[in-house]
Design a protein around this ligand. Structure first.
Ligand code: ATP
Length: 279
């Protein structure tokens, strides 16, 4: 059964990033403590569905898969989603890829080249920690290519995603939004804690200074690439317990939409039982 959260976070034409309440918990009325309880139950459901997806491919020849696309500013909680939400399912059936600054080899190719190489195999859940959307976010904000080049990418991305969906992929696109204040708090925590220094990147402060340009670039992404076949979900992420629950619900909804079931045995169960007992 789908949760009220999934429809509450679905991007609708006309929604604006600027007006978002980032401490809100759309579709969920409980407290952090309530959420912990729900999270445990729903993580178990997610794990069960993922196993069915995997089994359906491994033993049933089902070639469908799911791709979670995670976007968000630094410290918006992408890593926590990977650790806590994706971490609740069997890693055997997950293909995780983080997209950082392109390497020289990647830059020598079309920007979708590295994306295509990272697409999940059949039966798997792919996780993109940043994605092809960086090519219209960081690239646009920093003028890494001329405007006439990045302008064309929105339509190109829509066509690419259409192709993925037609090939049997269910896309779950999530944009995590935190406030500038919350980001400052999170980055300060990284500085204050020696066990988090590895997460601190001085370059994050430079990007932070371009906050309004990023807001604009995110708005353009939502306006131009939220399609009926691959809609965006706008998830307020100041409260991490909420954003984790929201992504869990979105993945559950995507998997339930596939109407999965365990594949039937392709052998004679009784004959096998006898053979085993006699062995
Ligand atoms: P994160 O901030 O995601 O936790 P990180 O700070 O450890 O990660 P990396 O994973 O090495 O850094 O890389 C992320 C950085 O790479 C981000 O600043 C992102 O904007 C940048 N990046 C990703 N894709 C591109 C791209 N296509 N062109 C330029 N920069 C990109």
């Amino acid at each position: 059964m789908s949760s009220p959260i999934t429809s509450a976070v679905r991007f609708r034409p006309g929604d604006t990033v600027a007006g978002l309440d980032l401490t809100a918990t759309p579709g969920f009325e409980g407290s952090k403590t309530d959420a912990a309880e729900v999270q445990a139950t729903r993580s178990a459901r997610l794990a069960e569905l993922q196993e069915m997806l995997y089994a359906g491919w491994k033993a049933g020849g089902d070639h469908r898969n799911v791709l979670l696309v995670l976007q968000g500013m630094d410290a918006s909680g992408k890593g926590g989603i990977v650790k806590h939400v994706v971490g609740a399912v069997n890693p055997m059936g997950v293909r995780y890829t983080a997209f950082g600054k392109p390497t020289e080899e990647e830059l020598a190719h079309h920007y979708l080249w590295r994306i295509r190489r990272a697409l999940p195999p059949a039966g798997h859940i792919g996780v993109f920690d940043r994605s092809h959307y960086e090519d219209v976010l960081v690239v646009r904000v920093n003028n890494l290519v001329p405007q006439e080049v990045w302008e064309k990418r929105y339509d190109e991305i829509n066509a690419f995603e259409r192709e993925l969906v037609d090939g049997g992929t269910t896309l779950v696109k999530v944009a995590l939004f935190i406030s500038a204040e919350e980001q400052k708090k999170q980055l300060l925590e990284r500085l204050d804690d020696p066990t988090k220094h590895w997460k601190y990147n001085p370059g994050d402060v430079d990007e932070r200074l371009k906050w309004p340009a990023y807001q604009q670039a995110y708005q353009a992404v939502l306006d131009r690439t939220s399609t009926d076949y691959a809609p965006w979900h706008v998830v307020p992420a100041n409260r991490r317990w909420y954003s984790r629950l929201a992504v869990t619900e979105l993945l559950i909804e995507a998997l339930e939409g596939l109407d999965l079931s365990y594949p039937p045995a392709d052998f004679d169960i009784e004959a096998e039982r006898r053979r085993l007992l006699d062995s």
